[in-house]
Design a binder for this molecule. Structure first.
Ligand code: TXA
Ligand code: MG
Length: 326
């Protein structure tokens, strides 16, 4: 072997080792930043509520927007989403690539409810970047990943941007230089019969319209303009929520937080007996659903502090308490 070959081999081996390490970290519930051809992602095991909660914590997001789940192939995508003919056509044409498809969530999917913000739909993306693909293959779990920046800052398109904002807070950054596209993926909703463009991105509308032979509808105006996803159908429980409850009335269920929950005759779940906001975030959607299934008219919710992830938890609770509004 000549020197160039030896060097290439050494680099390949180092990359392989880094990917294996990153996959181990993901499976252990840690956060890893990784390159895609659009922007860098801040990844967590999408099936791990705590790991997903850590994404929101590190990003400092005031709201739990649903995240994009990254998968390595169509088989994995089909395990988590239900693809109609149109979604299959789009997947066939644009995946892997800068395309994210929103489809109904597969009933057997074990993706964290926090990752999908409690929606019955899921956003799935299959990145084309070789390192992203190697990581997803090695991790063997779907990876939830928003862009790897602090909330309100622009998406990072090179490893250095990620390091500047997140180096101290996450387990590993896979630095592969500059992203080829540098703009987030295009998000298309394939929920109903008409495909809807939820977010323009790396693949142009015209290209998509040509591939499917029809126009894309635009996302309807939403009461949540800060979420480019055009989220009309927030998860709303059937039960009414009574927020900031310090006691529990007869017939009510209780969503508790911290030690010292009041007595309650009905079903009780605690978001975090230790009073930890990250744990509370991880449990939020799953607990709400579980209590809602008990069919009480009212779920009393104890006060949640309005700092850290508490802000996003309260935002969600307030929305769920006013369900018919959006
Ligand atoms: O290029 C990208 O898409 C990057 C890289 C890292 O893959 N990821 C990214 O993720 O931009 P994020 O989490 O920042 O974008 C999530 C977007 C939000 O606008 C959200 O509203 C939308 O996806 N979204 C996710 N799930 C959805 C759903 N079930 N219904 C509607 N919109 C959804
Ligand atoms: Mg972003």
């Amino acid at each position: 072997m000549d020197n160039t070959t030896i060097e290439l081999e050494a680099r390949r081996a180092a990359r392989h080792k880094m990917v294996e390490e990153a996959a181990d970290l993901l499976r252990a519930g840690k956060l890893v930043a990784f390159p895609t051809e659009t922007v860098y992602g801040l990844g967590a095991d999408a099936t791990n509520d705590q790991a997903v909660a850590a994404i929101f914590e590190v990003k400092g997001r005031p709201r739990f927007n649903p995240l994009i789940m990254h998968v390595v192939d169509l088989e994995q995508a089909l395990a988590h989403g239900r693809f109609n003919r149109l979604a299959l056509k789009l997947a066939e044409t644009f995946m892997p690539g800068a395309m994210t498809l929103v489809v109904p969530r597969h009933p057997e999917s074990d993706i964290s409810l926090l990752a999908t913000a409690g929606l019955d739909t899921v956003a799935l993306r299959m990145p084309a970047h070789p390192l992203a693909r190697a990581l997803l293959r090695a991790a063997a779990v779907p990876v939830a990943a928003p862009s790897a920046n602090k909330s309100g800052r622009v998406s990072p398109t090179c490893g250095r941007h990620v390091a500047e904002q997140l180096a101290d807070e996450i387990a590993l950054i896979i630095d592969a230089g500059v992203c080829r596209i540098g703009l987030e993926s295009t998000i298309v909703s394939c929920i109903g019969d008409d495909p809807v463009l939820l977010r323009p991105g790396g693949i142009a509308r015209e290209e998509i319209e040509t591939a499917i032979g029809r126009r894309l509808r635009d996302a309807p105006p939403t009461s949540q303009p800060q979420a480019p996803g055009g989220l009309v159908s927030h998860y709303a429980p059937n039960a009414r929520l009574r927020l900031n409850a310090t006691n529990c009335q007869p017939g009510e269920a209780l969503l508790a937080f911290g030690p010292g929950a009041p007595d309650c005759d009905g079903p009780v779940l605690n978001l975090s007996a230790a009073g930890e906001l990250t744990q509370a975030a991880a449990n939020l959607f799953a607990h709400l659903r579980e209590l809602d299934a008990e069919e009480c008219d009212v779920i009393a919710v104890m006060p949640i502090p309005e700092f850290g992830l508490g802000e996003a938890i309260n935002d969600r609770l307030r929305r769920a308490a006013a369900p018919r509004e959006c």
